[in-house]
Every structure is written in C-alpha cells, then in structure tokens.
Write a protein that binds this ligand. Structure first.
Ligand SMILES: [Fe+2]
Length: 406
C-alpha cells in the first residue's frame, strides 16, 4: 500500500503503481488541459474517481501573488464540498510541478493530498519487472510499462539472455541484464510495432547482438518503403539457442504480415500482438484489415493447436484487469480458449470470425503510421517527439477489452 503518512507530500510513480494494482481507493485531481486529459488518464483495476480542472481555470480570478493562495481560494469556493475527505487525493499534471502547488493548496484545506512526482510523463515512462520463472537454467522476466499497457521480456539461461519486444528505454534492459549477471546475445521483435518505438535496433547495437525481424515487416505497409534499419531476416520455424533454452519462431501473419510468436522450450509462448489475455490483436493497422483478417484467422488457429498448458505471454494488456494478483499478465492457452472472446470466435468459421473482427475495430490512431516509420528507420525523432508519439495507452487490441469496468 502507498505510504499515506501525513508527513509525505509526494507519491512516486512506484507508489502509484502499487496503489493501482492493489485497488486501494484514491481520488485523482488532474490539472492538465482538457485535450491531454481526454487523450490519456490514469487507469486502475476499477474506475478511478477523478476530476479534470485545468490549472489555468484555477488562476482566472487571481488576486494573489502566491500561486498556492490562488489555488486555495478557487478550491475553497468551488470544490471543498465535492472532494472526498476519507481517501487520499492525488494531484496530477504533465510533469508534477504545477500539481505540487495544487496538492499544497488541498492540504491547506485539510485534505489528505499528494503530488504525483514527475506527473503523467514519469508515469508514462515507468517500468516494472517481475519474474515468471527464475533459475540459473531458465529465467523469464516480464518487463511491464503499465501506463501504456506494454509488455516485453528477457529470457535467460546459464548466463545468456535474449530480449523480446524491448521498448525504447534501453537502460531498463541493460540494468536488468547486469542485475541478473547475463549477457544479451539476441534481440527479437515479434513484429514492426505501431504503438510504441522499439528498443530493438539500439539494444542490438549497444550489446553487439543480432536483431531479428520478419522481412515482411521490414517494409512500411502504408508507405510501401523498405526499412533502413540493420536487421536479420526471420523465417518461420527458425530456431534460436539462448544458453540451454530453445526458442522456435512461428510466423503468424494477421496483425502485421511479418507477425511472429516465439515458443520457448515448448512451454512459454510469446504471442506478441496476436493473443492477449482478454482480447486478440487487430488486423487493420497496415490499412488492409479486410485482406489481413483471414490471415489472422489462420494464424490464431495455428496457435490454438498448441497444448492447453502453453503459457501465453502477450506484448500488451488493455487494463489492469488483465493482470493477476501476482502482478503478472499471463494465462494458459487452455484457459483462454473459452475465456478470450477473440479466440472463441477463431474456433468458429472464417466468415464469422472476419465479420466479428471487422465490426470490433477501435479507431485508427494516425500517429501509428508515423511510429511505424520510426521503427523502420525511415524517420528519426528526438525524445520529445518520441514521447508525444507514444502518449496514451496502446490500441493494438480489438475494442471489447476497452470497455471500462465500473
Ligand atoms: Fe502491434
């Protein structure tokens, strides 16, 4: 549980993550502008009660020199009756600076208020790693970026490591490998990502390791331009050794034409963007949903042939509801056959599946075309632009999983 000691005035993003995972009640007072708020909010297992009051509105009737006095005045007139007294209130802004004054103003009005240190920017870039299995012979670590619902993996065996779908904050993986005393020898992407910038090429360069991608994803699907990154071609059924562990590549076109899954030691299936926990991947991010949906159907049926005890490890989750009590996002193929609506439909006819999938597509995020360009090395971006492109939660899954739980 987060530390709610009255002497503490800040929540670090780690505390926010813990609070969200444990479903502890708190209230969010978000002072970002309306556009920022509408595009991306803090989400938990349950709906988090929150209000959006852009900070500039609180300064409209500003008769004070001190910003906190102005906020106190505004809050006293408009909000003191409406805000909870029992639960902690978390003041949030983009970087955690303005919200610090808001939290201070709320405390002066006797609320239990805290500031989110670093704001939504820090929350968006927060990572958390948990082991799925951990021994010298075999380690599988799930590296989560919870605000975006992005998951990546490190597989280790006898001092060697492979990374699967690493994200762009490469220091996270470098530190994890150092902590576990392993050498990164292989970097794999399951596909050319559209929702986030891959850390694959830069990690491969940093660790002098090969980076693999299926060649179909080495072509930007909208621009139809070849990638300008250094990568090796993946093939269906290609095998990799990591220490004593064994990875097999399964080419499963559908979400992208070069989409693959990796099967580790016939037991752990890194599904990338194909099977998630509550949903399946969308087939339209290359602009060819009609043509790719039947491929997706055939690929899902191929994965469904694997044994029931195969552990499904996806590249995304849509909400913390897909994360278990142990903080891990995983399931087995046996459980998902009946529980995952997309997989239920994949067990019906191709026609029914295609109808279902094409009627379940969420909006097409325009920035995804540009992210694919960055991942193909067709466009270079700095940190500010990279952050802007990645703002908000991934939308790689079908829409069902996005209905908010009340
Ligand atoms: Fe994707």
């Amino acid at each position: 549980m987060a530390d709610n000691d009255s002497s503490t005035t800040q929540w670090e993003v780690e505390q926010l993550h813990e609070q969200l995972e444990q479903g502890e009640p708190f209230f969010v007072f978000d002072v970002r502008n309306e556009d920022e708020y509408e595009s991306w909010k803090i989400e938990g297992r349950k709906k988090i009660p929150m209000v959006n009051v852009p900070y500039y509105e609180m300064l409209e009737v500003d008769e004070h020199d001190d910003i906190v006095d102005s906020f106190v005045d505004f809050l006293e007139k408009r909000w003191t009756e409406k805000l909870p007294r029992e639960e902690p209130i978390l003041a949030v802004c983009a970087k955690g600076d303005t919200s610090e004054f808001v939290a201070e103003a709320l405390r002066r009005l006797d609320f239990r208020a805290f500031n989110l240190e670093g704001g939504t920017a820090a929350w968006g870039d927060h990572y958390h790693t948990r082991p799925i299995v951990e021994s010298a012979e075999l380690g599988v670590y799930q590296v989560s970026r919870p605000a975006r619902g992005c998951l990546s993996y490190m597989v280790t065996s006898n001092g060697k490591a492979a990374l699967i779908d690493p994200l762009r904050h490469t220091e996270v993986y470098a530190s994890l490998a150092a902590e576990k005393g392993v050498d990164i020898e292989l970097v794999l992407d399951t596909h050319g990502h559209a929702d986030h910038i891959s850390g694959g090429p830069s990690l491969a360069e940093k660790f002098n390791a090969p980076y693999y991608l299926h060649p179909y994803d080495g072509i930007h699907p909208i621009d139809v331009m070849p990638a300008r990154i250094d990568y090796r071609y993946l093939k269906d059924n290609q095998e990799f050794e990591v220490g004593d562990a064994h990875l097999t590549t399964l080419h499963i076109p559908g979400h992208t034409l070069g989409n693959v899954a990796y099967l580790l030691d016939d037991r752990y299936l890194f599904t990338g963007d194909s099977i998630f926990i509550e949903s399946i991947a969308r087939p339209d991010l290359g602009g060819r949903g009609d043509a790719w949906a039947p491929l997706h159907y055939a690929s899902l049926r191929r994965l469904l042939e694997l044994p029931d005890d195969t552990v499904v490890l996806p590249a995304h989750f849509s909400g913390l509801g897909e994360v278990g009590a142990d903080g891990l996002c995983r399931s087995t193929l046996g459980e998902l056959r009946a529980a995952n609506q997309g997989l239920v439909m994949a067990q019906k006819s191709e026609e029914e599946f295609v109808d279902y999938i094409l009627s379940s597509l969420p909006k097409f995020p325009e920035e995804y075309v540009e992210i694919k360009r960055v991942n193909a090395g067709l466009v270079e971006v700095g940190e500010a632009k990279a952050s802007e492109l990645e703002l908000g939660k991934n939308i790689c899954a079908l829409s069902q999983a996005y209905e908010e739980e009340e």
